[in-house]
Ligand binder design. Sequence first.
Ligand code: THU
Length: 168
Amino acid sequence: MKEITHSFTYQTYISAAELAIADRELLERAHETTYSSYAPYSNYHVGAAVRLANGMIFTGSNQENMAFPAGLCAERVAVFAAASAFPEVPFAAIAVTARAESFEVSDPVSPCGMCRQAIVEYELKFGNKIRVILGGNSGPVYIIQGMGTLLPLAFIEKGLKKSPKHKS
Ligand code: THU
């Protein structure tokens, strides 16, 4: 028997004002995008902004549905929009934030497990780590070097890529 420990390091900033310009801009884009959220059930408005390796930015907000599981998180809306527009361009960074109507979101918004899994797929596809910038409507900002860091033992099964047509 062997015991394995996973640990990770991340940076925490007192507020968005402390961030490098590119990170702050991406988080601002994510914040702006919270205003396009459709969240009549949770009243919790999430925004995500993805920066591609070519510098382009794609955004997404959470889209809810009266059949609750049919809705989609902001992160996947953003990432899927980017990947469908530019399937061959890696993601460099993603910023996530949220605001709520009845309370202050003062802790960084951390992506749900399904979004982590969805985004790790692109790290594997392109072989690069995606910088993760997590903020709230106020309060500290976390920066994590790589979505995979947030999902140890992600579901990865390379055997599923059987067809030579699906090399990427
Ligand atoms: N949500 C996101 O958009 N991203 C996350 O990482 C977690 C949760 C959305 C889903 C739902 O519309 C609302 O936030 C409340 O869970």
